[in-house]
Design a protein around this ligand. Structure first.
Ligand SMILES: Nc1nc2c(c(=O)[nH]1)N[C@H]1C(S)=C(S)[C@@H](COP(=O)(O)OP(=O)(O)OC[C@H]3O[C@@H](n4cnc5c(N)ncnc54)[C@H](O)[C@@H]3O)O[C@H]1N2
Ligand code: MOO
Length: 400
């Protein structure tokens, strides 16, 4: 679409309107933890499925009981007893936590508040009320009712709740398969020895880490030379084997920047190229059918900033989440001069109610990003910010 440089909000709106394909899968319940429901799950039974005791004690019929008259204990009802039994007037049943209430009974007295002498139950609780210590059938949920709705993230508690309503499998959003293409002739893997002009390749480890933190672990990596052919070939492979493609580097305007041309060659529709922001101005976004493709500007800090600002929301949507980075308005710890007309995503440290803009913001540097917990987001306006002036911050996901 756009060949023009666009604003941050335009770029985000364009991405928010894309109908990228989200995958779903049917999973055994315990394996679904951390995923998001892609269906409404209904209770298969009433919970509780029968009136049951919530205490170890004695079950009796409240209205038939005269406080001074003892009751005759006729039977014992353990949890799981399948026999349906009934008690009559003047009778009680020994009962245990979770056991079905006998027919005719509606109240349980805890054993600590009663005494059995010669088979006769004496209740020593003046304030006992009808229905005490009884869990009524269906009090939690009725069969057929929606237990958890589409879009609910499955915590351990949610898994427990669904198991309790009889559910054993659920349809959840499936994390996308991601292909990384790392461009750059100068790159060398950490652990190897650098020659003059080479740099350690940081972005594949960094992106894999960021993806793993969002539950995306099916990630392939291709390292490509700075040629059109190598980039186009890697892109064609990536489009075949993955749901989302992330390229790093090669997206600027130099003679060795082939990402945009390779994307066109592979039939990728450009959504935008270049955003009025720092870092990450040369950011590229496109789509091939329903698959998103991002060309992240090569400086590692630009890669990660663009990842959190643009890729992260798309991946969250694909995994069924409906959220953005948490935004807060907080006072600046110190004054700041912003001297251009780009949106700035500055590495910040938010603590004790204030945010400090960290030093070393240049996009080749990761040292202070490594200890940042948020972005300070300053809009395009060129101006001076005072200390204590409130600014927007975006919390990094694991601090949100
Ligand atoms: N004439 C212009 N030059 C540049 C512009 C511009 O508008 N006009 N934009 C600058 C900006 S902003 C950025 S950001 C970079 C982005 O360029 P590329 O996406 O083409 O990135 P590269 O040139 O490939 O790499 C940039 C820089 O980052 C290092 N790098 C790349 N990949 C990795 C990696 N995986 N691990 C570690 N370091 C990496 C690379 O060695 C370069 O130093 O363009 C500016 N130039
Ligand atoms: O993405 Mo660049 O950071 O603006 O150097």
């Amino acid at each position: 679409m756009s060949d023009q440089i666009i604003s941050v909000s335009e770029a985000k709106t364009i991405l928010a309107h894309q109908n990228f394909h989200a995958k779903t899968a049917c999973k055994a319940l315990p394996e679904a933890v951390g995923r998001v429901l892609a269906e409404n799950v209904c209770a298969q039974v009433d919970v509780p499925a029968f009136d049951q005791s919530s205490m170890d004690g004695y079950a009796f019929a409240y209205n038939e009981w005269k406080p001074r008259d003892p009751l005759v204990v006729i039977r014992e009802v353990p949890a799981g007893m399948a026999d349906r039994i009934a008690i009559g007037q003047g009778q009680a049943a020994r009962i245990f936590t979770g056991a079905p209430l006998p027919e005719g009974a509606d109240t349980v007295v805890m054993q600590e508040r009663a005494e059995v002498i010669g088979g006769q139950l004496h209740i020593n609780q003046a304030d006992i009320k009808r229905g005490d210590h009884v869990r009524i059938r269906g009090a939690e949920i009725n069969a057929g009712e929606v237990a958890l709705a589409h879009g609910t993230p499955l915590s351990a508690a949610a898994v427990g709740f669904l198991a309790g309503v009889g559910c054993d499998r659920v349809t959840v959003y499936e994390p996308p398969v991601v292909a990384l293409i790392i461009t750059g002739d100068e790159l060398k893997q950490p652990g190897e020895t650098l020659s003059h002009g080479q740099v350690y390749e940081a972005s594949s480890s960094m992106l894999r880490a960021a993806l793993a933190q969002m539950g995306i672990t099916d990630v392939s990596v291709q390292y490509t030379a700075d040629t059109f052919e190598a980039t186009a070939e890697a892109l064609a492979i990536a489009l075949q084997v993955s749901d989302v493609v992330l390229l790093t580097g090669g997206v600027s305007v130099g003679e060795y920047d082939f990402v945009v041309r390779a994307a066109k060659h592979c039939g990728i529709t450009q959504l935008f190229h270049r955003v009025k922001q720092r870092p990450g101005k040369p950011l590229f976004a496109g789509r091939k059918n329903n698959k998103p493709v991002f060309g992240l500007p090569g400086n590692p800090s630009s890669v990660l900033t663009c990842f959190y600002q643009y890729v992260w929301p798309v991946l969250r949507r694909l995994t069924g989440h409906n959220d953005l980075l948490t935004v807060l308005q907080v006072p600046l710890a110190a004054a700041y001069k912003k001297n251009n007309q780009l949106t700035h995503f500055l590495k910040g440290l938010y603590r004790d109610g204030y945010v400090a803009i960290l030093p070393a913001q240049e996009s080749y540097r990761m040292r202070t990003f490594a200890v940042a917990n948020c972005f300070v987001v300053l809009d395009e306006t060129e101006r001076h910010y005072e200390a204590n002036e409130k600014v927007d911050i975006h919390l990094l996901p694991h601090y949100g």
